[in-house]
Design a protein around this ligand. Structure first.
Ligand SMILES: Cc1cc2nc3c(=O)[nH]c(=O)nc-3n(C[C@H](O)[C@H](O)[C@H](O)COP(=O)(O)O)c2cc1C
Length: 338
């Protein structure tokens, strides 16, 4: 029997050749600090395409310069970024993989020079800068930046856009009552706290009609924070907005110790998949083909996102196929000895 991990998966007009996704991972490796794709990024991402990963999601890519986690992040805040990104997508696709980009704003976790922005003027911890509470104009400008980022992603040839609403970055900061203490229509009730994300999704959808993913942190791991149940409700609503898949991570809106063990976030992906009736991606300490296959066979998620395992083994699909007693096609360039 063909392993489900190696079955195709379609979203809208896009078909992935397998269920293996490279999770977004910032490499903090832009020597020139201008957010442009460099040789390193081509080598890094394209190796995973040679390794036959179905979908490669580029790291958190900043929609504004001040929304970078670090000055060595990739960016998409200017039309000048399109050329390098196009080179990258073209090369990834030449090996039969599909490409996604995670559009991001770091909010109060930005470590760049100058003013940083957040829903409320509360620093992440005592070592970080105190952010400026965003004005309505700032909110409008950042939403517009997400929209322009999505438009540039389209021009650069990406197949999937993923909105980064997790890990305590700007959108997550609006969602969580731990970081959002606003008293205007963007804070207070759940509906108000979700407004910023809603407006980002609406703006992105004005220019992007391809597959749209949203990455969430399904738990704040804090008694006063967002819970997995809150995210089931939010995901049901995102489905109605036309979001195609929820990439389910957790934590990092406030400093908290997380007990991570193999597959520790899979229950969140499973709860959202069934509770909100929307496809999900599972991520977090998934490291073997057997583990990935079990998640899919038990219908706990639709796609398997791998981060660190793909840093260790760019050929994970080949390794997993062997483990599952099957074989996969090599890239055509390797067909004499894969
Ligand atoms: C070096 C590194 C960079 C990361 N950068 C991002 C990022 O840009 N965006 C994001 O949503 N998650 C990021 N993550 C989290 C991963 O996508 C993933 O959720 C996490 O590492 C758990 O998966 P794993 O156990 O397979 O590594 C990063 C993780 C690592 C190790």
């Amino acid at each position: 029997m063909q392993a489900k991990l190696f079955s195709t998966y379609s979203i809208k007009d896009l078909t992935l050749k397998n269920r293996i996704v490279m999770a977004p991972m910032c490499m903090y490796s832009s020597e020139n600090e201008d957010g442009k794709v460099e040789d390193f990024h081509i080598t890094h991402y394209v190796s995973r395409a040679v390794g036959q990963v179905g979908l490669i999601i580029q790291e958190a890519t900043a929609v504004t310069p001040q929304g970078r986690i670090s000055s060595k992040d990739l960016g998409i805040w200017s039309d000048d970024h399109i050329e390098g990104l196009s080179r990258l997508t073209k090369q990834i696709k030449s090996y039969g993989s599909k490409t996604g980009i995670q559009l991001a704003h770091a909010g109060r976790k930005a470590t760049v020079e100058g003013e940083i922005l957040a829903p409320s003027a509360i620093p992440f911890d005592e070592n970080m800068k105190t952010p400026k509470e965003m004005t309505r104009e700032d909110i409008h400008d950042v939403i517009e930046a997400f929209k322009q980022g999505a438009l540039r992603a389209k021009k650069a040839g990406f197949d999937v856009v993923e909105i980064h609403a997790a890990h305590g970055y700007l959108i997550n900061e609006f969602l969580s009552p731990l970081s959002n203490k606003r008293t205007d229509p963007y804070g207070g009730s759940a509906e108000n706290r979700y407004r910023f994300l809603r407006e980002v999704i609406e703006a992105v959808k004005e220019v992007w009609n391809g597959p749209l993913f949203v990455r969430v942190s399904a738990s704040d791991y804090h008694p006063d924070g967002m819970t997995p149940e809150d995210y089931v409700t939010l995901s049901r609503w995102m489905k109605e907005q036309g979001v195609d898949l929820i990439d389910v991570s957790s934590g990092a809106v406030v400093p908290a110790r997380i007990h991570a063990y193999p597959g520790y976030q899979v229950p969140f992906a499973e709860a959202i998949k069934h509770g909100a009736d929307i496809p999900t991606g599972a991520v977090g300490l998934i490291t073997t083909g057997i583990q990935a296959e079990e998640i899919l066979q038990n219908n706990r998620a639709d796609l398997i996102f791998l981060a660190r395992e793909l840093l260790r083994d760019p050929y994970f699909p080949k390794t997993a196929a062997k483990e599952l007693g099957t074989a996969i096609e090599p890239p055509k360039q390797y067909d004499r000895g894969w």
